[in-house]
Design a protein around this ligand. Structure first.
Ligand SMILES: Cc1ncc(COP(=O)(O)O)c(C=O)c1O
Length: 367
């Protein structure tokens, strides 16, 4: 602190104006360096957390990119920022526009918060099976909301012929991919100082896994990048066999119905964003594994996470077992358990859906 103001006392020969400017600059440095210009400037640069329990149990260093620490509580803040800024640059998003999106969750929250901060209206089309916590949050954010079975189709139709509507289109808009290719990927590279052997994540739009895997492979092609895919999703089959939707997956979808708690991950088409992923292979992660992992991480590490983050950690353990001890593996901690207290962390919901949390003293529940 002392040195910051030393010039002020030692600069008698400097013109007064220059002295004043220097002092002002120093005051700005000391007192104002932590101020962000709105929420848009607080996105990204999230911590990389060493997950002690998983690291000790596997002999690998397992790190989680704490995306739940973004202001809207998920990596979708990065995506919303990228879509909005690119939309403004292209001139398609302008004063008076309504941002329209089909979303099962986090993207709706991020687009609403950022959209409002820049003066836009937001209208969301959501599926029927979204958690009550997210719907409540949207209601609080006072956003136009439409439930629709074919929510993506409805959002697209809504925009046809309306020049004030801006379709965010997170599934196929490559601003999503570039948010992770230019943001999350380089951050992970810097935080690990390039000492990383594996990366794994689940995919919804595919923006996260594609952006990060492509960036990491561009820096070090030997990094093993994997997908962890929930039941009923066609991506596991796509990555491992080249066929998107195995008939077996359709049976699982019919059996699970709309109750899968893995909100936001798992998809049955190849999106433009997923198309850019650079992957070595895919694992399947069951609902049981994800539920146990969520409760395991809360018990052992105090990490209170949503289902997709738990699934990602299941994937990290599977990849650690494949690569062997001594390796460094990164995954993504997408959002917090706060959004899933009525399902994943509700004893009643778990019982009603015939789930039983296993013995959490070890990782045997990861198959
Ligand atoms: C909670 C959550 N986790 C993970 C994802 C998957 O991320 P991506 O769409 O980049 O594949 C999503 C996507 O909406 C999500 O909402």
């Amino acid at each position: 602190m002392f040195s910051y103001f030393s010039n002020y006392f030692n600069s008698e020969e400097q013109p007064q104006e220059q002295q004043e400017e220097e002092v002002q600059n120093e005051i700005n440095t000391v007192y104002h360096s932590g101020i962000s210009n709105g929420i848009i400037d607080t996105i990204g640069n999230t911590p990389l957390i060493r997950i002690k329990s998983l690291s000790e149990a596997t002999g690998c260093e397992i790190y989680g990119k704490a995306e739940f620490m973004n202001p809207g509580g998920s990596p979708k803040d990065r995506v919303a920022k990228s879509i909005i800024l690119d939309g403004e640059k292209s001139g398609l998003l302008k004063e008076g526009s309504t941002i329209v999106e089909a979303t099962a969750g986090s993207t709706g929250i991020s687009l609403t918060m950022l959209g409002k901060s820049r003066g836009y209206n937001v209208q969301l089309f959501i599926p029927d099976n979204v958690s009550k916590e997210k719907v409540e949050l949207w209601k609080l954010l006072i956003v136009g909301m439409n439930n629709a079975n074919h929510f993506m189709h409805c959002a697209y139709q809504r925009c046809l012929g309306d020049s004030t509507a801006f379709y965010a289109n997170q599934f196929d808009n490559l601003s999503n991919f570039s948010a992770h290719y230019t943001g999350t990927g380089p951050e992970i590279w810097k935080q690990t100082r390039g000492d990383i052997d594996g990366f794994i994540a689940a995919a919804g739009t595919g923006g996260t896994v594609a952006g990060i895997s492509s960036y990491l492979k561009s820096r070090k092609s030997s990094i093993e990048c994997w997908l962890i895919d929930p039941p009923g999703s066609g991506l596991y089959s796509l990555v491992n066999t080249g066929v998107i939707f195995h008939p077996k997956d359709r049976l699982v979808v019919e059996k699970l119905g709309p109750r899968s708690f893995y909100e936001g991950v798992g998809v049955n088409r190849k999106t433009e964003n997923f198309n850019k992923a650079s992957l070595n292979g895919a694992y399947r992660g069951t609902e049981e594994e994800g539920i146990d992992m969520a409760h395991y991480l809360l018990k052992h590490d105090g990490l209170f996470l949503g289902g997709s983050s738990a699934l990602n950690c299941v994937g990290a353990v599977k990849l650690a077992r494949k690569l062997g001890p001594g390796k460094t593996i990164v995954t993504v901690l997408c959002d917090s358990g706060h959004r899933y207290t009525s399902r994943l962390y509700s004893k009643t919901w778990l019982k009603d859906h015939n789930f039983e949390v296993s013995d959490l003293s070890n990782l045997n529940f990861v198959k």
